[in-house]
Design a protein around this ligand. Sequence first.
Ligand SMILES: [Cu+2]
Length: 155
Amino acid sequence: MKILGTAILALAILAGCSTEEPRTEADSVTVREAWIKSVDSGMTSAFAEIQNTGEEQIRVVAASTPASSMMELHEIVASSDGAMVMKPKEGGFAVGGDETKILQAGGDHLMLMDVTTPLSPGTDTDITLTFEDGSSSTFTAQVREFVGAQENYGG
Ligand SMILES: [Cu+2]
């Protein structure tokens, strides 16, 4: 048992000294300016700046928050009758190496589909983004009052 313990310790030291740590997509991501439109229930949108500090493209494939039972990644497109509607973005949000993707009103955004806890201005809540490689990153988003353009929900 003594010998086995020593072997495991040696392996642990070797692993710790490695300079080739596998880098996940989450390791490359910094999220800034995250906020959510205040709402008591139903649907609302969240926005943020997703910076990719790595050289490889990353891709956000899912999002979640304790404040909503379901979350989607949305884009805004023109429907057949010319109205701007939002819908789930196929393939999620790709962010190129050394690029920043800005999620903002009128463009790509995170959608809370079923708010279960009232989101009041001045409070904040966590949002977790999951990336294509399975890694994830959690950040805090401020809840703010927003009286700008309201998106239509298509479908
Ligand atoms: Cu939406």
